[in-house]
Write a protein that binds this ligand. Structure first.
Ligand code: ATP
Length: 438
């Protein structure tokens, strides 16, 4: 069977079709039953005249059926201007019940006052909500736009292992997994393997995949598992090349979203998709501290000097808007002590990496990577990393081009794009310190 979707029913006017979908609403009137059916593309009206004897069985069935049951109908598609849903209706000759729905634990069409954790407990009902379904479709479109861009730029999509033998990459905590008679860990990023691909001569690679962080923090922007949009490419001259590419990538993704969903996003999420112009403003961390102090009387706490914190990110957005009329801001010149050992430093020890802030939250860390074996070894030693990174260091022993890349948190991107309050809203299925189910 070729499922006909609501959005395509208009192509079948005057014909008999089979259609299956959820029951959204039943309006049981004196002379007629209106049944609103829906699928992921929209809603359509089914009209059953009670006066017609041949409809008796269907009328009885509809009288007793619960909302959100799934039915399959054989029906004629009739043009009818009076029908609000697309000016057409389905006149059925047969209805069968595919699945009966029990009474729902909450009304997903009106989520005001429904606790987010109750919603997540029944996430499959929660995403029947139109807005939540849209979030999924918009994130998919964002990924599509970014993927398309990378394919056009001759990137190769790779898939790297998430079960790994060694734990050390950066400060982030990793999850341990029992792996037969030993321990394994869940990958906290595809970093090492993206670089292995570069050492393997692949030149341009990316991966969209799960990333695990054993961070016991309950912020609105941290999950213990999220989707990383990671890429790495070779033969660069500077981390500036990496920032340039990221600008193009984000413009491509956002343009695709605006083209397909711009109006809908305005209507449903009350927010505008703004396509940034190049170059995004770039600022040195020390200069940023100065600006934030002068403008907003902000002082970076001692423990965060050389780095950012949530408050600084918020104010950076303010600055980006006020001074540069931009939603984005690149920050460079982080302290090497605050960054992973594989980020390149120049002769003066200056870090060749950056973060990108969008709408007040970090969305990316990027850098030129250290590709010289000896330097990498020294950086690793400085950070007290030994055995755990030995396998990784080997990648750089047999020739490796200069390269760089970055990792974007896709879930965060979606959250910020649509102005959602947290990753619990933005992720398809949220994972946090207190949530491993459903
Ligand atoms: P943060 O400082 O915000 O915790 P990070 O510096 O640990 O982030 P990276 O290791 O650079 O982040 O990861 C790359 C990107 O992945 C980040 O810019 C962010 O968009 C996303 N990210 C990082 N940690 C999380 C998390 N726990 N949940 C969701 N997204 C995350």
């Amino acid at each position: 069977m070729n499922k006909i979707y609501v959005k395509d029913i208009k192509n079948y006017i005057g014909k008999e079709i089979e259609f299956s979908g959820f029951i959204d609403v039943v309006r049981d009137k004196k002379w007629v039953q209106f049944v609103i059916l829906k699928d992921s593309t929209g809603k359509v009206q089914l009209t059953i005249e009670k006066s017609e004897e041949k409809n008796n069985e269907m009328v009885e069935l509809i009288s007793s059926i619960s909302k959100d049951s799934v039915i399959k109908v054989k029906a004629n598609v009739i043009e009818n201007e009076a029908v609000k849903l697309g000016g057409l209706e389905l006149i059925p000759s047969n209805i069968i019940v595919i699945s009966h729905a029990e009474e729902l634990p909450f009304d997903y069409n009106n989520l005001d006052g429904v606790n987010i954790d109750t919603r997540l407990d029944y996430r499959w009902l929660d995403i029947r909500n139109e807005k939540n379904m849209l979030i999924r479709q918009i994130e998919s479109t964002l990924t599509e736009g970014m993927r398309e861009f990378l394919y056009k730029e001759n990137f190769t999509e790779i898939h790297t292992p998430k079960l790994i033998a060694a734990a050390s990459e950066s400060g982030s905590e990793v999850f341990e997994v029992k792996y037969f008679d030993r321990l394994a860990y869940l990958a906290q990023s595809p970093q090492f393997y993206k670089q292995m691909a570069i050492a393997g001569g692949l030149d341009k690679v990316f991966e969209v995949g799960p990333v695990f962080r054993a961070e016991n923090s309950n912020t609105n922007r941290h999950a213990t598992e999220f989707t990383g949009f990671d890429l790495e490419f070779a033969h660069i001259d500077s981390y500036e090349d990496v920032m340039d590419l990221e600008e193009d990538l984000l413009i491509a993704g956002l343009s695709k979203v605006k083209e397909r969903f711009g109006e809908k996003i305005k209507e449903v999420f009350n927010t505008e998709v703004i396509i940034p112009t190049k170059p995004f403003p770039r600022i040195k961390l020390s200069e940023l501290y100065k600006e934030l102090h002068e403008r907003y009387n902000f002082e970076i706490p001692t423990e965060d000097v050389g780095d950012m914190n949530a408050e600084a990110e918020k104010l950076t957005y303010k600055l980006a808007q006020e001074k540069y009329n931009s939603e984005f801001m690149f920050i460079v010149d982080y302290a090497a002590t605050k960054r992973p050992f594989y980020h390149m430093r120049d002769e003066q020890g200056k870090l060749q990496g950056y973060d990108l802030i969008w709408r007040g939250t970090e969305i990316t860390s990027g850098a030129q990577r250290e590709h010289r074996y000896e330097n990498l070894l020294n950086n690793a030693k400085e950070k007290g990393l030994g055995e755990d990174v030995k396998f990784y260091l080997q990648f750089f022993k047999y020739g490796c081009p200069a390269h760089g890349g970055f990792g974007i948190g896709l879930d965060r991107l979606t959250m910020l794009l649509l102005g959602l309050s947290s990753l619990k809203e933005a992720q398809f299925i949220f994972r946090g310190p207190n949530r491993l189910e459903p």
